[in-house]
Ligand binder design. Structure first.
Ligand code: NAP
Length: 241
């Protein structure tokens, strides 16, 4: 059995997720690279290993029950537990997406990945997380999801969105509920807002590098036992709900 701190990062084959894996790998964690495409995942694992990280592939499509169950079995056999889960995988299909004209099938796919995918993987991994010391869960949110920002003139981020943005607001809301249910278990669960990061998700229009976008998730993945739970954070501190 692997005695190291074991982390799983979903959607870690590229973008911010890859940099979260690189950052935790540099801290000495054994990093499971969640990837729905084995080739893309294997390439990422190779790059992380070349940089000195203890990385391993976890084939994982977060919208698929069987794939998620297989990922649980893989980590169980490898380590018997999971210390850190970073729910990073996400899609922004159709964005920017005015609610009056948006394809409702796109909404279903956004919810399936950005909300239900997080809940599916979290619930499936919880037994492994409960077996570890200092378990941490990080859900990848966004500053655009803040209702305060959306409703305060001058603070809006990202324009009108009926699809992508509300999925992250739902994720915020459900993460609060997880934090309440898991209170007292030692599991800390928080939300990370990476900022506007240049990745495939936005056609590389973002102004931050993926490594800069990974900073908050890495901090939340490595919180001390007296750290917060149920919070919404960015690099500079707390984000208003
Ligand atoms: P990205 O480069 O497009 O990476 C997204 C990752 O998620 C990819 O690895 C992708 O895999 C994976 N993914 C998508 N659907 C999946 C599924 N069903 N199962 C497993 N993996 C899946 O985007 P990113 O910018 O790094 O985004 C990472 C997270 O940060 C997302 O949750 C996003 O909403 C959030 N975020 C990003 C920004 C930003 O400015 N970029 C801002 C706020 C929040 P494939 O390679 O196979 O597609």
């Amino acid at each position: 059995m692997n005695e190291k701190t074991i982390a799983l990062i979903t959607g870690a084959n590229k973008g911010i997720g890859y940099e979260i894996a690189a950052g935790l790998g540099a801290l000495g964690y054994s990093v499971g690279v969640g990837a729905r495409d084995e080739k893309r995942g294997t390439d990422a694992v190779d790059r992380l290993r070349s940089a000195g990280a203890d990385a391993f592939l976890v084939p994982l499509n977060v919208t698929d029950d069987a794939s998620t169950a297989a990922a649980v079995r893989l980590i169980e056999e490898r380590a018997g537990r999971l210390n850190v889960l970073v729910n990073n995988a996400g899609i922004a299909e159709g964005w920017p997406d005015n609610p009056t004209s948006l394809d409702l099938d796109v909404v279903r796919r956004l919810v399936e990945t950005n909300v239900i995918g997080v809940m599916r993987v979290t619930n499936a991994m919880l037994p492994l997380l409960r077996r570890s010391a200092h378990p941490r869960i990080v859900n990848q949110s966004s500053q655009v999801a803040s209702l305060t920002f959306q409703t305060t003139p001058g603070m809006e981020r990202g324009g009108i969105s009926g699809g992508y943005t509300p999925t992250k607001t739902y994720l915020n809301a459900v993460t609060i509920q997880y934090a309440k249910e898991l209170q007292g278990t030692g599991i800390l669960i928080n939300l990370s807002c990476p900022g506007y990061v240049a990745t495939d998700l936005n056609g590389f229009q973002g102004t931050l590098t993926p490594a800069q976008g990974a900073v908050t998730a890495i901090r939340l993945a490595t919180l001390p036992d007296d750290g917060p739970s149920g919070g919404l954070f960015e690099a500079d501190g707390v984000v208003p709900w």
